[in-house]
Design a binder for this molecule. Structure first.
Ligand SMILES: [Mg+2]
Length: 99
């Protein structure tokens, strides 16, 4: 679905090296918080109110989070484990839905 090009991977490694991995982990926490705030905002909107603004802000925050998730994978060098965990958790969720 969403993948990194070789150039983007190179650029993210450059960003991690420039800022330092600990700062990028802190940045990941910040970005997750920002998305969380927007998602809560979206849910708290009244049923009849215009959600366009909330959706726009979510759409801005999702790439921030994806960017940081990719950086975390590079920092912890765990792409295969993350992919495996993702595959497993989707299947597990589908299995639980059958119960
Ligand atoms: Mg953000």
């Amino acid at each position: 679905m969403i993948t990194l090009t070789a150039d983007q991977k190179f650029d993210l490694k450059k960003i991690i090296k420039h800022h330092g991995f600990k700062n990028q982990i802190k940045k990941a926490i910040e970005e997750l918080d920002e998305l969380k705030v927007e998602l809560i905002d979206y849910l708290e909107y009244d049923y009849f109110s215009d959600k366009t603004g909330a959706i726009k802000r979510i759409t801005e925050e999702v790439p921030d989070v994806i960017n940081m998730l990719f950086q975390l994978i590079l920092i912890f060098d765990n792409q295969e484990e993350v992919q495996g965990g993702l595959d497993f958790k989707i299947i597990r969720t589908l299995e639980r839905m059958k119960r």
